[in-house]
Design a protein around this ligand. Structure first.
Ligand code: ADP
Length: 444
């Protein structure tokens, strides 16, 4: 039987191992026969068989011992052995080599990923299935001060902000959240969780302090500038009105009227900017009251009736029969202004004699307020931009209506503060439909 040399070991297939079992069986058979005949010749078969078995067990024991010694020093070549034992050692040796090479490949991948994440400016944190810290990169260490003994601890021991805790628990990860840094109060961090694998989670942390400060500066600048402009503008407006009302030379009438028109426009713009700043900078739950939606829509319709009559338009309010008695908690002044804005826009942009319909209906989870018209409609390329500040569809349409381009931005903000959203559909030449989708209040 050939002895196996580690140098020229080729991987034994399942067939070779099976053949070796056959050969070993033959060997046992031949030895047993020899021992049997020796026993027969010496007239002591039992003793001969016993001695034969003991020798065989000793050989097995010796090989097991060699295996054990080899396994204790895994880096060395496997022991030399003949036949079946040689095959077993070879199989183990090849399995071991395969595993080692796979481990090396895996380690290389892990090293590359670690190297990559260590160069990232974003913090990368991996949580295990229980939400405990498993891995983080140097940026996450800088932002959140984790150190090596924190591995295996729950992440909410380090980021205790209630908003972060509920974000992690509710598992709605399509949005990110922004919070003050738990380490430096002046810093802001943005967290985005992505689930992967077996209930594990990847958290990307970004330092948004600079962006946040810039946004705050922008909001403060707009609020301050609008506020500062309001008083001088009121004075200018007052003087122009006085002059327009007095007996000035006829050649001044046209310029004075234009000045009055433009300064009124500027006042509307400044007021809208102030409203928008207030919506951006104040908490949304300051002036919350119980609002009767049907009543509010009736008031809005009544207020808009005169405007619509001026243009010989039909203005209708249709409340679906199951929508009676809807109440929500919100800021009535804000909602009133947002919904009025939609109705005023519909009247403003729809031709004389047009039709405007306000509708209220509900389904299982939401209630809907829509304002539809059969006006000029809006091209589909404009629809995604309508709620951006100062976005206007076409200047000729707007210069005659005196709009500021801030109305729909205000509507969007107000709705956001009431956990509602605005959906806009429109077809050029047929009309537009602005639908506000509100969540129905929770009932047991
Ligand atoms: P504006 O103060 O100019 O009305 P908005 O933000 O309210 O600003 O509206 C943005 C633009 O959307 C408007 O300038 C107008 O062109 C278009 N728009 C809004 N409502 C309608 C409507 N019902 N029909 C057609 N166009 C509309």
């Amino acid at each position: 039987m050939a002895q196996h040399h580690p140098k020229d070991r080729s991987e034994p297939g399942g067939g070779t191992l099976l053949k070796s079992f056959g050969a070993e069986f033959q060997r046992i058979l031949i030895i047993t026969l020899i021992v049997f005949f020796v026993g027969l010749a010496t007239d002591n078969i039992t003793l001969a068989l016993l001695l034969g078995s003991l020798v065989y067990i000793a050989v097995i024991y010796h090989n097991i011992y060699k295996l054990k010694v080899w396994l204790m020093h895994e880096d060395t070549e496997p022991p030399e052995a003949k036949g079946l034992w040689g095959e077993i050692f070879d199989s183990l040796y090849h399995t071991q080599r395969r595993q080692r090479s796979q481990n090396q490949q895996l380690q290389a991948v892990v090293n590359r990923i670690q190297k990559l994440t260590s160069t990232l400016r974003e913090g990368v944190i991996i949580l295990d299935s229980r939400g405990h810290l498993d891995f983080w990169n140097p940026a996450a260490h800088r932002m959140l001060a984790f150190n090596s003994k924190d591995r295996g601890q729950s992440v909410i021991n380090f980021i205790r902000h209630p908003q972060f805790v509920s974000y992690l628990e509710e598992q709605q990860y399509d949005q990110h959240i922004e919070l003050p840094s738990p380490r430096f109060a002046a810093k802001r961090l943005q967290f985005q969780v992505t689930p992967f694998g077996n209930n594990e989670r990847l958290i990307i942390v970004r330092d948004t302090t600079q962006l946040h400060n810039l946004e705050k500066m922008r909001q403060e600048f707009v609020a301050n500038a609008s506020h500062e402009m309001r008083t001088p503008l009121t004075v200018i407006n007052g003087y122009i009105e006085t002059l327009a009302d007095s007996n000035v030379m006829p050649k001044w009438n046209k310029p004075l009227n234009q000045m009055l028109q433009q300064s009124n426009r500027l006042s509307v713009l400044i007021n809208d900017l102030l409203v928008l700043s207030k919506l951006e900078t104040t908490a949304s739950d300051l002036n919350q009251t119980d609002i009767d939606i049907n009543k509010l829509l009736l008031i809005i319709k009544d207020e808009a009736t005169i405007l619509a009559q001026d243009k010989q338009q039909t203005l209708k309010l249709e409340c679906h029969e199951n929508s009676q008695g809807i109440h929500i908690l919100g800021d009535e002044k804000e909602l009133h202004s947002a919904l009025s804005n939609l109705v005023t826009n519909a009247i403003k942009y729809t031709q004389d004699g047009g039709e405007i319909t306000i509708r209220l209906w509900l389904d299982k989870n939401n209630f809907y307020i829509s304002v539809g018209d059969n006006g000029p409609g809006i091209g589909s390329r404009h629809l995604p931009h309508l709620t951006e500040r100062f976005y206007r569809v076409d200047d000729s349409r707007n210069s005659s209506t005196g709009g500021t381009g801030l109305g729909l931005a205000i509507v969007k903000h107000v709705l956001m503060r009431h956990y509602a959203e605005l959906k806009i559909t429109s077809e050029v030449g047929k009309g537009s439909l602005f639908t506000c989708i509100f969540q129905l209040p929770y009932r047991d």
